[in-house]
Design a binder for this molecule. Sequence first.
Ligand code: HEC
Ligand code: HEC
Ligand code: HEC
Ligand code: HEC
Length: 505
Amino acid sequence: MRCLLVVLALGLAAGCSRGQSREAPDGKPSPTLRLAVVTDLKGYLEPCGCTSRPLGGIDRLAAQIRALRGSSVPLVVLMAGDLFFDTDALEPTRVDQANRNASTLLEILDRLEVDVALPGRRDRAQPREQIARLQTASEFPWLAMKKGDTEVVRIKAGGLRVAVVGARPGAERDVVMAAVGTAQAKTDLTIALVYGSRRDANRIGAIDGVDFVVHGGLDQDAPVPPHRAGDAWVLHAGRQGQGLTVIDVYRKTDEAFTDLSDWSRKERIRQLDAQITDLSGKISEWERSEVDPADLRAQSDRLAELKTQREALNGPPPSTQGNAFDAKWVELPKEAPTDEEVTRLMREHDKAVNQANREAFADLAPRALGPDDIAYVGSAACGTCHNPAYVWWQSHPHGHAYLTLQTRNKEFNLDCVGCHVTGYDQPGGSTVTHNLDGALVNVGCESCHGPGAAHTENPEIGMVADAPESTCLPCHNEEHSDQFDYDTYRKTLIVPGHGLPPAQP
Ligand code: HEC
Ligand code: HEC
Ligand code: HEC
Ligand code: HEC
């Protein structure tokens, strides 16, 4: 059952409960409450699949949330940061696809029974009617959409009364403080959702009465373990749905929370070990040079102190006597389970986008040739004279880059097609729908050697013989080719028949 009440400023708590069993099979105390936190989803339904280790997929996220819901511990799902869009201003040609994407994402989030979200700057930057349509369709409340708004959402989860306050960058601290003050009445746990810099998050965390801050808008891949701001703990969960942060909350008193997480402990150990190694190295260097003995002693004392801190972390983890929490990062690699129902929605979405773009861009012809431009002809035309090279290329990944998209119903997807075809958006090249009847699909010869109409007509007109790194980088960028190293990759292209004499039969 969903149980929510949005109240502006002064609020009343709604009464309903998700059941409250406290038994854990392994004898460990069961958490009072669990938080599932997702930040900066940015409209990602799934990773493109280009990189060596793709992370994310809303169907994988769904499987995790469904599993958490299945447990006896009451769950609250919180989202903060750019949720539906990853750019402020969409190119006009991209608007339809991005809106379809946002609608599919919303449908899925509704099914996951997200409790409350604080969208980000990029969501708010979309045209008003577009974003209003999404917000109206949403089954969960969106916080701080209007300037100056500081709503409080009250959630009853298990036996706990949770208040969630939203704050956007530059929100007046006293307005947020007032909201927190209001929220705190008859509340067991106060959570602030914040969009902005680390400083913004810390500033809100320092407000008296805030227990947790969920921080969106950080624009960073790797999630960071919780860190302290005032009496509150700031939570973050990376971006693009690559994973989620799960917090087990043990609430017993009214005091500030202690962090029991192995995640934080390991991170702290890593930092201390690095500091100790660094300082030890420096000290032995100083011992060999003329450094003031007093300075040297001070540094040695500091080293001893770091070692003591490090030693303390070897002990048993702190107990759950008072208020405490245990945070973990759940990464979503390819092997993570998927939610079938959500996967089905994603696949339907891919087909719908493909079909819509195919129709919408049916008349999108390639850019016209300027006086100095040369048209593209496609790899098969090169094959008539460079047969060994052509045969090699057909079996290379470049030679079936389009099939990679077709098997996923993504060949008309504007997020994908550009790097998996030849001469995209070039004069006399290709568009999302036009590719010389298939001659320009795949990453063809002309992607590296340049457009070849003139040379094909008359081979005495030369081609670009080599392909410098700058030719590769528009496609082999950090986001889509994380292992790319020019020399290593280029070497694999120089084979008998292509760049080397053909093998003798
Ligand atoms: C138009 C975009 C584009 C350009 C330009 C491009 N590539 Fe690629 N490259 C791709 C795509 C897409 C794939 C993956 C194809 C597939 O498997 O679907 C790929 C795959 C590869 C692979 C195979 C990697 C593997 O996992 O086996 C190599 C090697 C490679 N590219 C090298 C290069 C080099 C070197 C350059 C520059 C000289 C270059 N590429 C230029 C798009 C491009
Ligand atoms: C900026 C260019 C670019 C865009 C945009 C792009 N790709 Fe790729 N893609 C590549 C490159 C480059 C590779 C090869 C990476 C490598 O091996 O280093 C690749 C590889 C892949 C692979 C792995 C192929 C294999 O068989 O191993 C898949 C799958 C893929 N892309 C799908 C997609 C999808 C789906 C989209 C759209 C959501 C997309 N790509 C958008 C450049 C791009
Ligand atoms: C991913 C980029 C890429 C693709 C795609 C590609 N080539 Fe090349 N090609 C190169 C590189 C790099 C060399 C090596 C140049 C050198 O050794 O100086 C080369 C060398 C050659 C050479 C020999 C040039 C010389 O003078 O040694 C020919 C001919 C050639 N390619 C034709 C083709 C044909 C035809 C195709 C398509 C069937 C093709 N290439 C596809 C990058 C590419
Ligand atoms: C009518 C035959 C013919 C066609 C078609 C043809 N080439 Fe060539 N190409 C040649 C000849 C001949 C040479 C020069 C001799 C050699 O080294 O092979 C050459 C040379 C090259 C070179 C070496 C660099 C240079 O200019 O000397 C590259 C690269 C190349 N061709 C790429 C291509 C590509 C890419 C296509 C398709 C767009 C293509 N060729 C189509 C005949 C052809």
